[in-house]
Design a binder for this molecule. Structure first.
Ligand SMILES: C[S@@+](CC[C@H](N)C(=O)[O-])C[C@H]1O[C@@H](n2cnc3c(N)ncnc32)[C@H](O)[C@@H]1O
Length: 453
């Protein structure tokens, strides 16, 4: 039976938690054994468990010798353990990590020499064999631990989120809530553990209960249709939509299988790009036109095609530029272009040359039935328009309007184009002060940050 020991300043915070519901039942049924320990029980008479941090500065840390004594005692009692220290500076707790730890706990029998059964997990060191025997959860308080205790004892530093709690007790309880439900038999119906948020890299599908109408909100028809196939399809489509619209960061982190990509794209508003060769600032600070480069056309279209952009507009009022680009388009739209390189022709089919910014907006609103949301970009900050970062797609996507990403040439877009925008994407920075990306590089980076994974 797996043993779990918890060491903390306030074990009383684990007691009611271990005595409730499924955790209590799994302890009663001897699927797992849990015991909590107080640091204070391992202090000498009159000894405090904490001490001021060394050097200048406020705060207390738990004395290293008290932690050491407690760990040594618990391990003498229950055997060597896999030691998890809770810290906001640790590895972030995710469903994936819980799954990995739970699989180790199940698969890793010391007598089992079948290497193929052992998971490839560089995060877990050679002490991982203890995960199936005894897990020790070590909670701190105050300013935390003397770092040397963690260096000496910790197999893993674990954070339950990017925020700071007053102590690790709630973090340990939270870990147990996530971990124990993955052990066989703890949750009655194994399917309800498998069909959850994050299990397939997506959020869970929406759940409903009777009545079919509650406070005016209707339950989708398909749920009561009795058609299991249709229900499955509806659920996976709803899960994908929810993840795309509310947690695109999950898709960015976990990726998306090829078979889901086209459908995922259909869950978010259409995206368009415009590259402005008019209404831009030119050398002497005046507003004017710039000329079109053919490398840009190729590269921007290929990026746009990769990230699912519906159309790429080039704006220039100059007739000679139109003639040059039309020759380019005639080649790539024609038979010879397609035969020469069909994938390139495919990308370039997104390209449209127009004479003004207003024309771009009109084409999109005719096509989509509503005006596009204008999302501008700049190498500089611009205070007149609300700035948005690359984690905030959801704010824009939930408005359910087509999106026009606006890129300038020359020395940037004229202020009257910027001022029309609904949002501006924050400038892109590397770890230097150099801030002069070519527009085609900027487009590729921005598309990747906005729509890529
Ligand atoms: C106030 S915190 C110490 C914070 C520490 N000085 C820092 O800034 O990184 C006290 C203890 O609460 C626990 N704790 C706080 N936030 C946590 C988190 N996000 N994940 C895991 N444990 C946390 C840890 O045991 C930590 O040592």
């Amino acid at each position: 039976m797996l043993k779990i020991s918890i060491i903390s300043v306030f074990p009383v915070l684990h007691k009611p938690f271990l005595e409730m519901s499924l955790i209590a039942r799994s302890i009663q049924e001897k699927k797992v054994q849990c015991q909590s320990f107080a640091y204070s029980d391992f202090c000498e008479p009159g000894e405090r468990i904490d001490v001021s941090i060394a050097g200048h500065g406020p705060g207390m840390v738990i004395k290293p010798e008290v932690v050491a004594r407690t760990i040594e005692h618990v391990e003498q009692l229950h055997g060597p353990s896999y030691r998890i220290f809770f810290s906001p500076q640790g590895k972030l707790l995710t469903q994936d990590l819980l799954r990995q730890l739970a699989s180790f706990s199940l698969n890793q029998d010391e007598s089992d020499t079948d290497e193929s059964k052992k998971l490839d997990n560089s995060n877990l060191d050679d002490r991982q064999k203890y995960i199936s025997k005894h897990i020790l959860l070590i909670c701190s308080r105050y300013e935390g631990m003397d770092v040397r205790v963690e260096e000496h004892y910790a197999d893993m530093l674990l954070s339950v989120g990017d925020y700071v709690l007053m102590g690790g007790e709630a973090a340990a309880n939270l870990f147990l809530e996530g971990f124990l439900r993955l052990l066989p038999g703890v949750v009655g119906n194994a399917d309800s553990v498998a069909e959850e948020s994050f299990e397939e890299g997506l959020l869970d599908y929406p759940s409903y209960a009777l009545p079919t109408v509650w406070q005016g909100y209707q339950m989708p028809e398909v749920i009561r249709s009795g058609n299991h196939k249709a229900l499955q399809e509806w659920r996976s489509s709803a899960a994908l939509r929810k993840t795309m619209l509310f947690r695109f960061d999950l898709i960015k982190k976990l990726g998306l299988e090829k078979k889901h990509r086209k459908e995922a794209l259909s869950k978010i508003p259409s995206h368009y790009i415009v590259l402005m060769h008019s209404d831009v600032i030119i050398k002497n600070g005046d507003v004017g036109n710039t000329s079109v480069g053919s490398f840009n056309l190729h590269d921007i279209c290929r990026s746009a095609r990769t990230y699912g952009i519906k159309q790429v507009f080039i704006v220039t009022p100059l007739e000679d530029q139109h003639r040059i680009i039309q020759t380019f388009l005639d080649f790539w739209h024609g038979k010879s272009g397609k035969e020469y390189n069909s994938q390139r022709a495919d990308a370039i089919s997104l390209l449209k040359i127009v004479r003004s910014f207003d024309e771009v907006k009109k084409i999109i609103s005719d096509d989509e039935g509503q005006n596009p949301l204008l999302l501008t970009t700049s190498a500089k900050t611009y205070d007149n328009v609300p700035a948005i970062d690359y984690q905030s797609q959801n704010i824009v996507w939930q408005l359910e309007k087509p999106i026009l990403l606006i890129f300038g040439t020359g020395q940037g877009l004229a202020s009257y184009i910027m001022d029309q925008s609904d949002f501006i994407l924050k400038p892109i920075y590397g770890l230097t002060d150099y801030n002069h990306l070519s527009v085609r590089s900027a487009i590729a980076i921005i598309l990747d940050r906005w729509l890529g994974f």
